[in-house]
Design a protein around this ligand. Structure first.
Ligand SMILES: [Zn+2]
Length: 177
């Protein structure tokens, strides 16, 4: 689907990479989005989550599809003054079991932040899941983590990035990519 881009990218985590996964290019197709959601749901169904929680924007579409496949509601947290927050009247009850869903996990930072949103509401996070794990096994997530596919893409601290050293302009994937 052309979602795996090659070049010189500054990821949301701040790391640089020669590869970027633009999952929106897959998720724009409802049939594929639903298939990814069903596949994630099949891996976590036995945990009986009550609600799917995703970080905006990247996690919203896949979170919705996982919620559909599990027959539970899907909500999202969004950034306000720098921290992820539940808005729009979304709420999680302390008794609820939460599944955190993302599109791509690189460092696990935003996934862990989303887990912390659910815990702040007093709820239990039973697992986290993503379409793609590109962390190379280095993600820091303190609940069981499931991914549909693991892809090894090199990431670099900016000051150690060979692409920067070679003088290649760095691109922040966003509206244009
Ligand atoms: Zn670089």
């Amino acid at each position: 689907m052309g979602a795996l881009l090659e070049g010189h990218f500054r990821l949301t985590s701040g790391l640089h990479s020669s590869g970027y996964l633009q999952c929106a290019l897959v998720l724009q197709h409802p049939v594929e989005a639903e298939a990814c959601g069903t596949a994630i749901a099949d891996r976590v169904r036995t945990l009986s989550p009550d609600v799917v929680l995703s970080p905006a924007l990247g996690g919203i579409v896949i979170g919705q599809e996982v919620g559909r496949a599990l027959g539970v509601r899907a909500i999202f947290a969004e950034r306000q003054d720098g921290s992820l927050t539940l808005r729009r009247g979304f709420a999680i009850a302390p008794a609820e079991k939460v599944l955190v869903v993302e599109d791509v996990v690189t460092t696990g930072g935003s996934t862990q932040e989303t887990i912390d949103v659910a815990r702040a509401a007093g709820a239990t996070v039973v697992a986290a899941a993503a379409i793609i794990d590109r962390s190379g096994g280095n993600q820091r997530i303190d609940v069981p983590f499931h991914a549909l596919a693991t892809i090894a893409l090199p990431t670099y601290e900016p000051e150690q990035c060979p692409l920067c050293a070679a003088g290649k302009p760095v691109v922040k994937p966003g509206s244009r990519l």
